[in-house]
Design a protein around this ligand. Structure first.
Ligand code: GAF
Length: 389
């Protein structure tokens, strides 16, 4: 067991020494993320606006001569080893090791000579909370292997490679947002990403200057069929785009929405399409407000996004809706679920000095309904993946 009170980079370094002896050649960190707004728009080639969290996954690593990868994780306490055969084909390594093997596989598939390595992983990003612990793991491993092997892969191409590891090797049909956020976010900014061409703009998100804070509330809701439901939402969106004769729902503007909806026979598809089209517009409106430094004015857009996820995309659960309602009732300027849905986290935009009050209100609402107590933390937009000194 590692000591949870030690900093994550120290736990990774100490884990390396305990497992393998000696010092690691380096340490590489990648953060979790929250998405400020723009949910389920990435695979519809639309817009997202995530920012990186101060919670990070750290990999301490060095090269080994054999074409072999040995990986210890503090989370399971296990050490796994895989070799060239295991990364010759997708899916051979399973469990958490698949995210590591997937990165090796994706790098090799892209033609890189990946060095054998010994890795020790520690993380402050909670698993299964919708804060992109998997993208953080993939991206920290990717950063380590690129450096250890002296491999060249520009930052703008790294998210696709990490996403391939997850889509093809692990088998999760996720979009490009999470890996982009984890790799390309900058401190003090939200990342405005166009998921069609992957162009980005760093949007200043200065909470301190506005006297505001973002409270992240872990709903502690058990994930209910999240994987199957995610894939189902994706299929609905593709069906909607196909029925409308457009390459992706990104191509339907809000001004065309009524006409588009009138062309769709299926009521459920209409709701899914309405969410995506209006959500893309909410991202654009949020970006416009942030560019004008009107941070507090984005609150209603966040809440409208939540309502759309609840009623049209139908991806929220009672714990999540309770957290949003309680935060708003306690004075949050806006609140919404963040991430893929069916559990995970809520973010609330609050006055900086109201974190305790909002937390207490959410805890009280949870207690009244008999839900497991939520976790809360205030966060600032933090740096993306990097090598640590
Ligand atoms: C998950 C996925 F990984 C992302 O690609 C994105 O679709 C998100 O859900 C919903 O916005 O985090």
């Amino acid at each position: 067991m590692t000591d949870p009170t030690r900093a994550v980079e120290d736990r990774a370094a100490a884990g390396f020494t305990t497992q393998y002896g000696g010092q690691a050649a380096g340490r590489w960190a990648a953060p979790g993320r929250v998405n400020l707004i723009g949910e389920h728009t990435d695979y519809n080639e639309g817009f997202v606006l995530p920012f990186a969290l101060p919670l990070r996954t750290v990999v301490a690593a060095d090269r080994q001569d054999a074409e072999q990868w040995t990986v210890w994780s503090e989370l399971s306490g296990e050490t796994i080893t895989f070799g060239a055969d295991d990364v010759a084909e997708a899916g051979r390594v399973t469990g958490w090791g698949a995210y590591v093997a997937g990165v090796v596989w994706a790098l090799r598939e892209a033609g890189h000579r990946v060095p054998g390595a010994r890795l020790a992983i520690a993380s402050d990003v909670p698993l299964g909370s919708g804060l992109s612990s998997s993208a953080a793991l993939e991206s920290a491993v990717l950063a380590a292997l690129l450096d250890l092997g002296g491999l060249e892969l520009p930052a703008e191409l790294q998210p696709r490679l990490a996403q391939r590891a997850e889509n093809v090797y692990v088998g999760a049909p996720t979009g490009i947002m999470d890996q982009s956020a984890v790799i390309r976010c900058c401190a003090g900014h939200a990342l405005f990403l166009d998921c069609r061409d992957e162009s980005v703009e760093q949007i200043p998100f200065d909470l301190d200057a506005a006297g505001l804070a973002v409270l992240v509330i872990d709903s502690r809701a058990p994930h209910r069929h999240a994987d199957g439901e995610y894939a189902a939402r994706r299929r609905s969106c593709e069906a909607g785009a196909s029925a409308l004769g457009v390459p992706a729902l990104r191509d339907v503007g809000v001004d065309q929405l009524d006409t588009a909806l009138a062309q769709l026979d299926d009521e459920e598809t209409r709701r899914r399409v309405r969410h995506v089209v209006t959500e893309d517009q909410r991202v654009l409106d949020t970006v416009a407000l942030l560019r004008a430094a009107r941070v507090r004015d984005i609150g209603p857009l966040l809440t409208a996004s939540h309502v759309s996820m609840r009623d049209d995309f139908e991806i929220t659960v009672p714990e999540i809706d309770t957290a949003v309602e309680a935060a708003l009732a306690a004075g949050a300027l806006g609140a919404r679920m963040t991430g893929g849905g069916f559990g995970g986290c809520v973010l609330a935009l609050i006055e900086a000095d109201r974190a305790d009050e909002v937390t207490a209100a959410v805890e009280a609402a949870y207690a009244e309904r008999g839900f497991t107590a939520p976790g809360t933390v205030t966060v600032l937009p933090s740096p993306g993946a990097t090598r640590l000194p």
